[in-house]
Design a protein around this ligand. Structure first.
Ligand code: HEM
Length: 395
């Protein structure tokens, strides 16, 4: 029989790919490498598979909600994000952090259930098996990185992360999901049922995840705030009963915001206006009950009042129903010094340049003299200490 050269090549490749590697030398099989070294009867493929399913679900939720947060902050041309419901981002990012935290005990249990395989002998039976194990190693490293870096971020331990958290967490998120999909495609099928012992162990892990959720969810679910014992923030913490991430002192704006020469420059198709605090206070004032929903998963709702952004846009000579506004802080620099407000948010009457919080003049750390507050946006885009608003009409 004459074989097509392509078929012969494929057969050869397949043989190399699946051929068993040479047998390991006997003298290396010591300690944990000895067969029978790990004797806990609780480990089983069925237990590992169930933990994997829960962990897969948790990581899937984290990936989707994290990706959403990323595109809201760095919107590609095709992306559209509504201003209603006003609490949508609060829910998705709250879910991200709560699910991520609840995944920690699942990850620990999953690693416990499989770590003897680190010492499996031979380390790889075939080239294909070596590739599969490589993907698992990547999956373990990426999972640990995501959970640990996420926790360091919400506790603001930036000093322990010698890299830019957001970029690293974003790209490792993709790596994790990729490795997870390869793993799901190549893992062994579950064969056995669960013994009583293992069911009890699973129940314990589920209870640990539940308790972590209960003790942290209060950072965004107000009725649970009194038991938010593990949460880095609570909704009522901070000046005027609202948490603060960046203070006026840290942003270096203190002399500028107290300067009597403070103005908001409003620039648009109609020219440039300079508005001092008296002028801003003389404009029609409106109130909006809106949350500050931080990327770190905490959130807190309050009544804000001030001038509608759409009114300012009209004053700048643009159509408030199809205008984009760039809002700039008086800060000299910083990643979140400016933010772009898309037409959906500009036209929404709840989007304010706020001058007051809970009826009081804004605290310096909440953005005095004026800050942006818009529905359904991450806190990092709610620019504080506004110094300039540039308006242009969408073409
Ligand atoms: C304890 C677990 C976790 C915590 C506490 C956590 C926390 C966070 C925080 C605070 C952010 C916002 C960063 C920012 O915009 O500045 C974020 C974003 C993100 N997270 Fe997580 N996370 C966790 C687990 C995960 C996991 C398991 C995945 C993926 C499978 C993931 C994927 C992402 C992605 C893709 C982003 C968007 C990053 C960006 O804005 O560019 N996270 N996470």
């Amino acid at each position: 029989m004459v074989r097509h050269p392509d078929a012969a090549m494929k057969a050869r490749l397949r043989r190399y790919w699946l051929a068993p590697l040479p047998a390991p030398p006997e003298r290396y099989r010591r300690g944990p490498w000895r067969p029978g070294f790990f004797r806990s009867g609780r480990r089983s493929t069925a237990l590992t598979a169930r933990l994997g399913l829960w962990l897969g679900l948790a990581f899937g939720i984290c990936f989707l909600t994290g990706l959403l947060s990323h595109v809201i902050q760095h919107p590609p041309g095709w992306f559209w994000w509504p201003s209603r419901p006003v609490r949508l981002y609060q829910v998705t990012q709250g879910l991200h952090v709560i699910t991520g935290l609840a995944s920690a005990p699942l990850l620990v249990a999953k690693l416990w259930s499989v770590y003897p395989r680190l010492f499996a002998w031979p380390p790889a039976r075939t080239v294909a098996h070596a590739a599969e194990r490589g993907a698992v190693a990547l999956l373990v490293a990426a999972s640990l990185f995501q959970v640990v870096s996420g926790i360091l971020n919400i506790f603001q331990k930036y000093g322990l992360m010698p890299f830019f958290f957001t970029a690293a967490h974003y790209w490792i998120g993709w790596l994790l999901i990729g490795a997870m999909l390869i793993h799901v495609g190549t893992r062994p099928r579950r064969t056995e049922g669960l013994s009583k012992d293992r069911r009890r162990l699973l129940l314990g892990v589920g209870a640990a995840a539940g308790l972590i959720t209960l003790f942290t969810a209060g950072q965004t679910v107000r009725p649970l705030a009194p038991v938010a014992l593990l949460a880095p923030r609570r909704p009522g913490d901070g000046p005027q009963g609202l948490p603060v991430n960046k203070t006026a002192a840290a942003a270096g704006v203190l002399p500028l915001i107290d300067d009597p020469a403070y103005r908001i420059i409003l620039a648009g198709p109609g020219g440039e206006l300079s508005l001092d605090l008296a002028a801003l206070n003389a404009l029609p004032q409106h109130a909006a009950i809106l949350p500050i929903a931080c990327v770190e998963g905490w959130s807190s709702t309050a009544t804000w009042s001030g001038v509608r952004l759409r009114d300012l846009v009209a004053m700048a000579g643009a159509d408030p129903d199809r205008a984009v506004a760039e809002v700039e802080s008086v800060q000299a620099g910083g990643r979140y010094r400016t933010s772009v407000v898309a037409p959906e948010h500009v036209r929404d009457p709840l989007t304010l340049i706020a001058l007051r919080l809970r009826g009081e003049v804004l605290h310096a750390d909440h953005g005095y003299p004026a800050r942006l507050i818009a529905p359904n946006r991450p806190g990092v885009l709610q620019t504080k200490w506004v110094g300039r608003i540039t308006v242009r009409e969408e073409t």
